[in-house]
Design a protein around this ligand. Sequence first.
Ligand code: ZN
Length: 137
Amino acid sequence: MDRVTQVIAVVHAGWRPAVAGIAARAVEKMAALGAIPGRVLAAIGPVIGPCCYRVGEEVAARVPPGARSTALKKEETGGFRLDLGALNRWWLTNAGVPEKNVFSAGECTACKTDLYYSYRKEGDRAGRMMAVIARLR
Ligand SMILES: [Zn+2]
């Protein structure tokens, strides 16, 4: 949200949209509506963390090279750990959002199924989460 122009957006950024840069695309769309990226505040909600999110080479190869050092960790046994929060943070800052303006819940949905749902961990039994954003006056 840009506090001056009041442009707000909610974006779902699972791995496919995250590797494709949906967070940056959202900032670009907001800028087209008058927001200034340097004033945007961004919040990254609870997300499956790198502690629980193993991905294969087919996913790792789609992570932008500039983000790999922060968003990917290669496992000794093969495969990778993907940090979706770090990847989305990378996209946001590359779109001009100051690092200090990007907030993160910092919680792993798969580690905390008492608080959140995780389809990856719980499969079809998982409930659904929703995000709500409101414009306050
Ligand atoms: Zn975890």
